[in-house]
Design a protein around this ligand. Structure first.
Ligand SMILES: [Zn+2]
Length: 328
């Protein structure tokens, strides 16, 4: 999962643009590939295989994948770019992966149980050469991913303003690798998992990128035992426009749960959260007081002490009296 040397790639920019005008010949609606490597341990390379390859491909058992951010070197100021790249994969429909930005770390590019994004020297790393960035997977038997790290080379300038090299774009590409997705068969295509490396086009996933994750989701359903239940796919808060009465509902987790928890906060940043509901139902009602004005709402699924990540963000509101024709 290494990237082409920047100097070589720069030399082919004009050619890549020319191909774009031809409508990307050879790219089909199923042009995505998965990473296959049946060895165990830490690896940074793998075969390009179809999603239905008999020997399978690298995948997670859990759906909650939390990432830590090492802000050393050029890592400073990249939080939003990383969060956006994670959200692109989290937001893929018909897939339940949840990539979470879980704060900062001093961890490096090594097997330590922490999924780390960092900036550093990549020249001596295997499978990198003069790559832009490199993703490592740690595999257990059965090609189960249990850890991933992404390193961006410190030898180039990384930006968040859209100029090269765009952190969010390349992060989205590398996070795709972290989910077991390889490059499509055709280089320089429109997919995030292709490898244009320039501009901001890779920030937005292509339908082929979505299809890759959806295919992984279907072939390797979440393993529930021992993992937190995936967060509910949807959360809805319907303002009833009557004395702060709100209806909160969510979809069932795809794994068994012992309870759902609905939490609220008067702050969008989830400070001083308070428990609104805990139970096995997938809906509840809540009352917003006049002093609260409005309450931000999140829901998560738990299996005993194992709780998944939150699905947000609904907004429950207070209305004085009853409003017949909102907004009032
Ligand atoms: Zn790549």
């Amino acid at each position: 999962m290494s990237h082409t040397a920047p100097s070589a790639r720069l030399a082919t920019t004009a050619l890549v643009v020319g191909l774009a005008l031809l409508g990307w010949p050879g790219v089909t609606s199923a042009d995505y590939k998965m990473i296959q490597n049946t060895s165990t341990g830490r690896l940074t390379s793998g075969a390009q295989v179809e999603c239905n390859a008999p020997a399978g491909f690298a995948h997670w058992n859990t759906r909650d994948v939390s990432w830590r951010h090492n802000t050393a070197n050029q890592g400073a100021g990249k939080k939003t770019a990383l969060e956006n790249a994670m959200a692109s994969w989290t937001n893929v429909t018909n897939a339940t992966y949840q990539l979470n930005y879980d704060g900062t770390t001093s961890a490096g590019f090594g097997t330590d149980g922490i999924n780390t994004v960092l900036w550093g020297n990549t020249g001596s790393l295997p499978d990198c050469g003069s790559c832009l960035a490199l993703t490592a997977l740690v595999l257990q038997s059965g090609q189960v991913i249990v850890e991933s790290d992404v390193i961006f080379t410190n030898e180039l300038t990384w930006t968040t303003n859209g100029s090269d090299y765009d952190t969010e774009s390349v992060a989205a590409h590398e996070l795709g690798h972290s989910l077991g997705i390889h490059h499509p068969s055709m280089a320089g295509g429109p997919e995030t998992m292709s490898n244009p490396y320039f501009g901001i086009g890779m920030r937005s996933l292509h339908p082929n990128d979505n299809a890759a994750l959806q295919c992984s989701e279907n072939r390797y359903p979440a393993v529930c035992s021992g993992n937190p239940p995936p967060r509910p796919l949807t959360l809805s808060v319907i303002n009833q426009y009557c004395w702060g009465y709100n209806l909160v509902s969510w979809s069932a987790s795809t794994c068994p749960v012992t309870r759902y928890e609905v939490w609220g906060s008067t702050s969008m940043s989830f400070t001083n959260p308070f428990l609104i509901y805990s139970g096995s139902a997938t809906s509840t009602t809540m009352q917003v007081t006049q002093s609260q004005i409005q309450v931000y709402v999140w829901v998560r699924a738990c299996y005993n002490s194992l709780c998944g990540h939150y699905r947000g963000l609904g907004i429950a509101q207070y209305y004085a009296g009853c409003c017949v024709t909102p907004p009032c």
